[in-house]
Design a protein around this ligand. Sequence first.
Ligand code: COI
Length: 364
Amino acid sequence: MSQSPTGFSHEAHPTPVPASERAELLRDPGFGRVFTDHMVTIRYLEGRGWHDARVHPRVPLSIDPACAVLHYAQEIFEGLKAYRLEDGGTALFRAGENAARFRRSAERLAMAPLPEELFLQACRTLVAADRDWIPEAEGGALYLRPFAIASGTYLGVKPSDEYLFMVIASSVGAYFKGGERPVSLWVSDHFTRAAPGGTGAAKCGGNYAASLAAQAEAIAHGCDQVVFLDAAERRWVEELGGMNIFFVMVDGSLVTPPLGGTILPGVTRDSLIRLAHEMGIAVREEPYALDQWQADATSGRLAEAFACGTAAVVTAIGHVRGGGVDFAVGDGTTGPVASRLRRALVDIQRGRAPDPDGWIERLF
Ligand code: COI
């Protein structure tokens, strides 16, 4: 066991996965199935604050059955990636945005906020410990999953006075099995994801749990993903189960639903808006109705639509069904605007393009 200058104690895995086995796992990792050797934990206790920051072998947790998170879902998480750069280095992409969102999510879930610098140190420390797990292949990355749970032991409905923050890492390839093939969407007309005043803008497990019945419905109807409408009017397109959405008009301009409490403020969403501005592409953050979407796709006013997120990057939408609609978007391939934005984003993440806004933090 050693102590680092950042205050993290380090315990190296005594029996890490052998290099040949790791290489085999990294050949086609899929998403969220291949996990690395180590993890980070940091504890919080009211009155003492955040303490006991450690990177150590990845182990199962042992928690009391009355642990608060198991009952009232006081839990938040993040998703960000460490990328292999063109020159062999490794970098994080806009990790400060994830740290800030994690703090906002904590506030919404009445959890103790983790200082943003500690969040970043935790991510950097885990990437350094598990650097051999970053896939080399184009499209591959080390997906970091920071999360925090209420770890107090009680059954009263109240904010916990103990929390456990952890970071685990997963070597990943494409999020969707079909790779870059356009996905089909199922419009959920009776389930909604988030209501005004709810937790839609927070990255908490509960939002994703609430999306699963709708996602199962999408799969049952032969679609890849669910797309949610707003809870108040059941009219405005909001987001997918775990991704934001963009529409590309035939004049090349973009439309994306505005943030306003019910939509997750995606880091990829924000990055694409900025990249589009830099490319001279107009972006309107304004409500877009499902019936308008169908009318525009049918009349040809809409050229493309795509989903975006850290996991999915930029994924074209090819078909939309359910909720009284059934229509194709574009010609069934990834359109030129989605391709161009995806390439611009990935080129920055991989260190192949200039990074004027300082989005990349080189770790080593
Ligand atoms: C991400 O894109 O990182 C997400 O959080 C989506 C999903 C894997 C939960």
